[in-house]
Design a protein around this ligand. Structure first.
Ligand code: 3EB
Length: 318
């Protein structure tokens, strides 16, 4: 079986020629034909994140959610306006709408979710916006009856420069496997100091399609156990993050019984708090993953204020 969806970063000026676009997301108001997240790209060429299907795509808008689907996979994008103190309620309502849509359409399993939270580090009425978001997401997923040790998808949750809570995702008829990282505490078990409800995500989703496999690795940062390490040192945060990515790859390789090849890493998305750190991160990632690895750099606030970067990965295991 060929992969029903592949994730690719495609130059903005040619991405519309991609056949069978299941969904696409631009960053920084470049493309008017697809949903956009208000963020600054830090690369030389503006890129669009494209979910490429293997056949014709059926498009619709349902309950405010932009949807693309084939027989096997569903992409969705939802932007939710909110006022700062109501972010938890907004997040829980958004997850309920999304969860009901994917259930109704027969794709109840998330493979990967991306969350973009405006002013993610700002404190509103004594609670950080990221923690408010986590609280709402947790309540939404609990109401949808997701099992926190079984059904949590790979995810990223980072800032944006916009005013809406933006969530996009891909979902399938049958679930992937939830992977954790032995170097890190599972996020859904983080202690109370990180918020009243723990962040509901797994470290990666491994999805098999017949003999082929794909791996969606969550946003990964310089965290060991549950603690952030190497405050104020971007190069050490990068090295720790690469060790975490490698640890997740190793778990996936054990499960899948095959390797994540260098050319199997099809996408790395790098969230950078300070634009001046971009080049040193770029060099470190090329040293580890090779000069040809596709990368998309975004300026973003990360969900803990001491974290300077976060990196997510997508790989195909042939
Ligand atoms: C961490 O490991 C860093 O709340 O969905 C990374 C990926 C992080 C996803 C989320 C948060 C999330 O806790 C932060």
């Amino acid at each position: 079986m060929t992969l029903p969806v592949k994730l690719r970063y495609v130059p903005l000026d040619t991405f519309e020629q991609t056949p069978n676009i299941l969904g696409a997301v631009s960053f920084g108001r470049h493309a008017s034909t697809v949903p956009d997240i208000a963020m600054q790209q830090l690369g030389p060429v503006p890129l669009v994140e494209v979910f490429e299907a293997d056949r014709e795509v059926e498009r619709s808008t349902d309950d405010g959610i932009v949807v693309g689907q084939t027989d096997d996979v569903l992409f969705g994008f939802l932007a939710s306006p909110f006022t700062e103190p109501t972010l938890a309620e907004t997040a829980s309502a958004a997850y309920l709408r999304i969860g009901r849509l994917i259930a109704r359409r027969g794709f109840p399993y998330f493979l990967r979710v991306w969350n973009h939270v405006p002013k993610i580090n700002s404190i509103c009425e004594g609670l950080e916006q990221y923690q408010r978001f986590s609280l709402g997401r947790h309540e939404g997923l609990a109401e949808l009856k997701y099992e926190f040790n079984e059904d949590l998808p790979a995810a990223s949750a980072v800032g944006s420069d916009g005013a809406t809570l933006d969530i996009f995702f891909i979902a399938a008829r049958r679930g992937g496997e939830q992977l954790e990282n032995p170097r890190q505490m599972s996020a859904y078990r983080y202690p109370r100091e990180y918020g009243p409800r723990s962040p509901s995500f797994s470290r990666a989703t491994l999805k098999r399609w017949g003999h082929e496999c794909q791996l969606f690795v969550s946003g990964t940062a310089s965290i060991v156990g549950h603690a952030s390490v190497h405050h104020d040192d971007v190069e050490e945060q990068l090295n720790e993050t690469i060790r975490n990515l490698d640890a997740v790859f190793a778990v996936a390789e054990g499960r899948a019984g095959r390797k994540v090849a260098k050319d199997g890493v099809k996408a790395l998305k790098v969230y950078v708090r300070s634009p001046e750190h971009r080049d040193v991160i770029d060099a470190g990632l090329r040293a580890r993953f090779g000069d040809q690895v596709p990368m998309l750099f975004l300026r973003a606030d990360i969900c803990r204020s001491e974290l300077l970067l976060e990196i997510e990965a997508y790989a195909e295991l042939a």
